[in-house]
Each structure stands twice: as C-alpha cells, then as structure tokens.
Write a protein that binds this ligand. Structure first.
Ligand code: 09M
Length: 433
C-alpha cells in the first residue's frame, strides 16, 4: 500500500525528536552513561513503593527499583514489556494477516495511547486535511464527530441499522467515485470509514461478520482506510466474539483502536492502536511532541497485573465483566418493557453499554432531556448529540446501563415515561385547539 496519499500535511511534516532517544537509552543493557537527556534523578521522587490489592485479595508490589522506573519518562510507543504482552493478545484474538508482512508493506505495529481517545484524535490528525471527505456511521460518537469537524473534514454520513453500517448504502455513496480514482489528483475520495463495530456508541448496534466482509471489500475496491474503534469488543454478549476488521486486513488498511477503560478502568488512561507500521510510526512522531509517553506508572501497574493474571486470567476477567454488563442490559430492557412500551421503540443491544431509544410522538428530545428530565433528577443524552449536525432535531435518546443500578434504571424510565406522556398530551391538546 502507498500510504502517502492518506497523510495530512501536518503529519507528513512531522520529524523525529532526537531528545526522545535520550530517555529511551536509560534502560539499555549494558548500561551507558547518560549525560544526553533532561531526565530527573529518581532518588528525589517522593513515592518509593506501592502496593495494589486486587478484588480477590492478591497484592501487587511495586518495589523501590521498579517504582523508580514507573515514575520516569519512558518509550513513546509504550514500555516494551507491555507492548509485547499486547502484541501477543492481538495475535491471539485477531491473528492479523499483516503480522507476517515487511514494515513498508504495512506490517502490523502497535503503540500504547492515553486512552483510545488520544489514539483516535492522533489518527484523525494524521489523516485529515481541511476539506477531505471522510465516512462516518450515522449516528456516531461525538468525540469523533467534533474532532473531525474541527479539522475541517467534510463528513459523509453513512446510514446504519441495528447491524451497523448498511453496505448497500455505503456502496451507493461511493458510486460517485470509480475504482482507481485514488490515483488521480484531487479525487477527494473518502480517506477512511470510522466505525464502532461492537455495541456502537450511541446506537448499541453490532456489525455482522458478513457486513464487515462486504465493507472491507468496498474499502479495497475504492481504496480507503478503516478506523475500527472497538472499546466494547470484550462486551459482546453472544459468543464467540465476531471477527474484527483487523483480522480480515490483508492489505494493511485497518487502524484498530482498543481501550482498557471499560475492562480495567478509565482512570488508568490506557488504550492502544494496532495498524500498519508506516501509519503507527506517524502517530509515534506525533506523541513525541505531545504526550511524550503514556503514564509509566499506569503501564507498570497494569503490566504487573497482567503478569499475575496471564492472558487466560485477563480473558476470564473480561468475561466476568461482560456477564455483569449483560445483566445490567437485561435490567434496563426489563425497565424499558415495564414503562416505555407503546411510548418508544428500541432493539436489544448485542454488545456494549448503550440502549438507543426512539421516542414516539416527540420530534426532538433535546429540551425534554436537557431541562425536564434533569429537573426530575435523571440524566440522559439527547440524540442530536450524535448527529454531525448537532442542531438537527432528533427523537432519539441514548441510555447507558453501565453505571446506574437496576432500581435506579426502573425509576429513571418511570420518570421518562411520565414526561413523554405529559409532552405528547400537551402537543395533542395544542393540535385540537
Ligand atoms: N461518554 C469512548 N466514551 C462516553 C465515553 C465518556 C466521560 C466516554 C468510543 O477512555 P477512552 O479514551 O479509551 O475511550 C474513548 C472512547 C472511544 N470510542 C466509541 C467511546 O465510547 C468513550 C467519558 C463522560 C462520558 C463519556 O458518554 O460515551
């Protein structure tokens, strides 16, 4: 693949930062005398040791030597042992065809990011010039929409249903172009499709394997990249987990964003990108000039946890967590059935943490949710927040079953139902006047 046409002007201009080399040499074996880097002496770091206790009472000790490392600058792409652990995980879960390729062929590479959001915003920055066309699921995650708007891209909305992007609709959009256009100047072919394949945010949709295959073929035919943002991968309620775009990526055109926020905890701010070497290298150059490295303490603590767990233990933890969210989903569905039947429509999410509800008889949920339900003590997000045009009326509501207890969900939907009835009755009253 020739990646040059995908790079933004900003990304193409990024140069390596020689100072990062100085912090990368401090752990070299045999050791070298480092008088090259602006690196602090760890003997004056205030924290000396730490002990973390896990849910089963096991303790993870960070002794003095490891603590010095945990509090020091570290490699921009992530500490090597954690990267190696994550690479094993990706190989086991996705077995990407690109793992066997040469670097310039788009060989699979990885870097750790400060949550997946940091990775995604750097991916967008790497790819988007003002005026570039990009493809986005409609509705989509507001952070993606806002970042892409701020970069001046022209967002083309791709229709979705409960199974994610509709390939026929995508094909229709793409039929404006011809295969081979990518090689022509000013073709303005969309550079990428951004998708949340499992338990999409906000719609809770999960893409079927057949659709993924069709979409990957379209990406090959027209030559665009696929950004697979998959923070809810481990929360698939139907087993086995579906094959990912990364697992189908014979060309090196998929950039996958993973997140530990939902499966470990968001405060650790740990995510990771997997994609073709030439593109991951541009992200690392960006990080050299921004975050420099992802919090070393968070990486060391997580690595120690992974060493205790092993990959098997991690996957068991992921399954236990998934089961918890499945029961929360079922509790929310029960509350919806009890209170919202006849007032709203929804489908059963097969993954993730979101239930996407369409209210009947209300053309825009914005005022109701931002003022009325909030006054009654319930917080919900109106559908417009997930539209490229955030002022467009939307009858949708995003509900999350990740945080509230089943009793709270029941109460929330009772309040929502009462408000819907009030508003609809008032509107009908106005019509009959
Ligand atoms: N709401 C997310 N989504 C969210 C949300 C959030 C505070 C976060 C998709 O933690 P990271 O950086 O790994 O996750 C970012 C991310 C990326 N992609 C599809 C996501 O859903 C996190 C945080 C308050 C509200 C929040 O509502 O949806």
């Amino acid at each position: 693949m020739d990646y040059s046409r995908f790079l933004s002007v900003v990304s193409a201009a990024r140069q390596p930062n020689i100072l990062r080399y100085a912090s990368n040499v401090i752990h070299r074996k045999p050791p070298v005398i480092v008088i090259s880097g602006g690196i602090p002496d760890p003997s004056y770091f205030p924290f000396k040791t730490a002990t973390f206790t896990t849910e089963d009472g096991t303790t993870i000790e960070i002794g003095e030597a490891l603590m010095k490392r945990a509090l020091q600058y570290s490699d921009t792409e992530g500490i090597p042992e954690l990267l190696a652990w994550l690479k094993d995980l990706q190989m086991n879960l996705h077995n990407p065809p690109t793992a066997m390729y040469c670097p310039d062929q788009g060989q699979m590479a990885m870097c750790i990011t400060t949550g997946s959001q940091d990775g995604l915003s750097k991916v967008f920055d790497m790819l988007v010039n003002h005026g570039d066309n990009v493809l986005l699921e409609d509705p989509s995650y507001p952070m993606a929409v806002l970042s892409l708007k701020a970069l001046g891209s022209n967002i083309i909305k791709v229709p979705t249903d409960q199974h994610g992007v509709i390939p026929k609709a995508l094909q229709e959009i793409l039929s404006r172009w011809r295969p081979g256009d990518a090689k022509k100047l000013n073709n303005n072919l969309p550079k990428f499709l951004y998708v949340i394949p499992n338990g999409s945010n906000p719609s809770g949709s999960t893409m079927t394997t057949d659709r993924k295959k069709e979409i990957y073929q379209l990406a090959r035919y027209y030559d665009f990249l696929i950004i697979e943002d998959d923070p809810y991968y481990f929360f698939q309620f139907e087993k086995p987990n579906a094959p990912t775009f990364l697992s189908m990526d014979v060309d090196g055109r998929v950039i996958r964003a993973d997140s530990f926020s939902k499966i470990l905890s968001p405060g650790l701010r740990l995510g990771f990108l997997t994609g073709p070497r030439p593109l991951i290298d541009r992200i690392i150059l960006h990080s050299q000039c921004s975050t420099m490295n992802v919090c070393t303490l968070a990486q060391i603590a997580t690595l120690e946890l992974f060493h205790k767990w092993g990959q098997k233990g991690f996957l068991e933890h992921a399954d236990r967590t998934m089961e918890f969210y499945r029961s929360r989903r079922d509790a929310m569905l029960a509350a919806a059935d009890k209170w919202l039947k006849g007032l709203a429509e929804w489908y059963i999410p097969k993954a993730g943490i979101f239930l996407w509800i369409k209210i009947k008889g209300i053309s825009d949920t914005h005022k109701m949710l931002m003022e009325d339900t909030l006054k009654k003590g319930v917080s919900l997000i109106p559908g417009r927040a997930f539209d490229v045009d955030s002022s467009a009326p939307s009858p949708w509501v995003r509900c999350s079953y990740s945080f509230a207890s089943p009793n709270q969900m029941d109460k929330a939907f009772q309040i929502l139902a009462e408000l819907i009835k009030e508003i609809v009755e008032k509107d009908q009253g106005k019509l009959t006047l």
